[in-house]
Design a protein around this ligand. Structure first.
Ligand SMILES: Nc1ncnc2c1ncn2[C@@H]1O[C@H](COP(=O)(O)OP(=O)(O)OP(=O)(O)O)[C@@H](O)[C@H]1O
Length: 300
């Protein structure tokens, strides 16, 4: 039995059905105004994704991995998507980045529909960068950190530093993520998990993105390093005017980083609220269950 959507939003007035965060209404493509007059950086509209085999499609009994998900993300906010394992969070994130095909729905960037990453204009590809769960695995072990960052500029020459040396720009990026300049000459295999994740973030920042999609980006790190990386992301967001879409199953992480939270359950988005509202007044029974489970874990 599908759960009914309970959509709330703040700060500002509760949106009526049909505003950018309310499900169920289709709008023509174009720039999208949110309540409060700002424009959405990302709008995901009625997204449906499944991994059915032909046989499963014919039987029509297996649920979709993502089933009619809609949300918006403002250019300067951090939206966390939270939910238990298998609820569809990563699939939504991969659709936003263009790494996952969809059966239905749309992803709009700056008001314009965007498709698979290979078909996106270079400027859009640059603007949306992803930081993955396993920092060591997402860095080529045979390359130095310098080469890893320089490679992004070879792929996207328009993002390469202008009028100064690449080494100087790489050292500046490393400083921005809290790493010493000598890390540039090391390989990922000679770095800690936290250092690798900082390098992954520096690599993403090298392309001057407008959106960072972080998929369980701190799950593989121990708790103290998690907090450092979350503080780093919060600082970078403010300094660089970034939006962050943060995928996590961990409500403790949500509390540290998110402005707003979207809760997914069995492929559906069941509640969207400000982080404060969600923790103080969870609106949906599934959200309450998640919060209770997190409290039980804390108390254990
Ligand atoms: N490539 C794939 N092929 C087949 N099924 C897939 C594939 N990717 C995801 N799924 C299925 O889609 C559903 C949603 O998966 P997804 O990875 O998006 O969930 P998630 O909430 O991110 O879970 P987790 O927190 O464990 O990563 C799951 O049932 C999963 O088994």
């Amino acid at each position: 039995m599908p759960l009914p959507p309970a959509v709330r939003q703040g700060p500002g007035p509760v949106p009526k059905r049909g505003t950018a965060d309310a499900p169920g209404r289709r709008r023509p493509a174009g720039r999208l105004s949110l309540p409060g007059g700002s424009v959405s950086l990302i709008e995901v509209r009625d997204l449906v994704v499944n991994f059915h085999t032909r046989w499963e499609r014919r039987r029509g009994t297996k649920p979709n991995a993502v089933d009619g998900v809609s949300f918006t993300l403002r250019p300067d906010e951090t939206l966390a998507i939270v939910g238990e394992s298998g609820s569809g969070k990563t699939t939504v994130a991969r659709c936003v980045v263009g790494l996952q095909a969809r059966q239905k729905g749309a992803v709009l960037f700056d008001g314009a529909p965007v498709g698979p990453v290979a078909k996106r204009p270079p400027a859009t590809r640059r603007a949306i960068q992803m930081v993955f769960q396993d920092p060591a695995a997402s860095l080529n072990p045979r390359m130095t950190v310098r080469s890893i960052i320089a490679e992004t500029w070879r792929t996207h020459p328009s993002a390469a530093p202008d009028g100064r040396s690449w080494d100087a720009a790489i050292h500046e990026l490393l400083a921005d993520v809290g790493l010493d300049a000598d890390v540039a000459t090391r390989r990922a295999t000679a770095l800690s998990g936290g250092q690798c994740q900082r390098v992954s973030i520096a690599r993403a920042l090298a392309l001057r993105p407008r959106l960072l999609v972080c998929d369980e980006a701190v799950s593989a790190l121990d708790v103290s390093v998690q907090s450092q990386i979350l503080r780093l992301l919060t600082g970078l967001r403010a300094a660089r005017g970034l939006a962050i879409l943060f995928i996590t199953h961990d409500l403790g992480v949500v509390r540290q980083i998110a402005d707003r939270v979207a809760v997914m359950h069995q492929g559906r988005l069941v509640e969207t609220a400000t982080a404060d509202d969600l923790f103080e007044r969870p609106g949906h029974p599934y959200t309450r269950k998640l919060l209770d489970a997190a409290l039980d874990l804390e108390g254990a």
